[in-house]
Design a protein. Structure first.
Length: 288
């Protein structure tokens, strides 16, 4: 009898260990605060996403790095299925001093999700790496960053769009992104034609340029979220919204990003998308 009990306990322990090992580890990196309250809430936004994944019942293990910036313990990223980055962009990007080591991680097939300003890279090596990792980036003197209400009515046949219904959100939606040549491996996920008033500002690094003006005048829809399948097998996702922290209360907005996290981690996205409750106004203001 004792042998049977010991055997069953061993089987149970091995089963629990196996189940834990099968969960996809999702690491969230948060940049330091960069704007006023309820804007660019990097850590609080990441925590909303991580909590939703934790409660989803799916085979994921979300982990929000407890400090701002790149992990002090580099081993945190070693077994990550995907890395979610929400931070200041361009020269202030948390990956700027770590391009080579992060590139090595990407070459192993680890996924990456970049949110809002995190999609903005410097020209040269940083921009090139962003193209390799996620197929596109916000490029100064090419891309623009106006606030406008985007209406999303049509979606591609892609797992990231599972369960997503038409929605609209007013946010700082960057558009006219710099994409890989011929957009090979890239799928536009969210797109709309920005209204002309989004280009009412004078030309500047983030406000306008002749090329983007011509594109909008010609009625070319602009991609504000996209997926990318790397030739090597890894996956990336860029999402330009989330300036407004309250945008996470939009079910469609939130579901797209949650689905994308799963997809980049090579976790099957449920037919109805990743489940999550709509955060209350009180919940939205937590962790600020």
């Amino acid at each position: 009898m004792r042998r049977i009990v010991l055997f069953l306990m061993t089987v149970l322990m091995l089963s629990c260990h196996s189940a834990a090992a099968e969960k996809a580890k999702i690491v969230f990196l948060s940049g330091t605060p960069s704007h006023g309250r309820m804007s660019h809430e990097h850590r609080a936004g990441n925590m909303i996403l991580a909590e939703a994944l934790e409660r989803s019942g799916l085979a994921v293990d979300p982990y929000v790095v407890p400090h701002y910036g790149y992990p002090k313990d580099k081993k945190v990223l070693a077994d990550a299925a995907t890395v979610v980055i929400f931070c200041t962009g361009h020269r202030g990007h948390i990956l700027r001093p770590h391009l080579d080591e992060f590139d090595a991680l990407m070459k192993q097939g680890t996924g990456v999700v970049m949110i809002h300003w995190a999609t903005e890279a410097e020209k040269g090596k940083p921009g090139q790496k962003f193209l390799e990792w996620m197929g596109g980036f916000c490029d100064l003197d090419w891309s623009v960053n106006p606030h406008w209400t985007a209406h999303f009515k049509d979606f591609p046949n892609h797992p990231i769009c599972n369960g997503v219904k038409p929605f609209n959100v007013n946010d700082e939606w960057y558009y006219h992104m710099r994409f890989v040549e011929d957009q090979k491996g890239l799928t536009p996920i969210l797109f709309d034609l920005p209204p002309a008033e989004t280009l009412r500002r004078k030309d500047g690094p983030r406000s306008g340029n002749p090329t983007v003006r011509k594109a909008v005048a010609a009625g070319q829809q602009q991609t504000v979220a996209w997926s990318y399948q790397r030739p090597s097998g890894g996956r990336g996702f860029g999402f330009t919204g989330a300036h407004n922290h309250a945008s996470w209360r939009s079910d469609g907005f939130r579901k797209i990003v949650l689905n994308a996290i799963l997809w980049t981690a090579h976790v099957d996205v449920p037919a109805d998308g990743c489940p999550s409750e709509t955060p209350s106004k009180k919940a939205i203001e937590e962790n600020l």
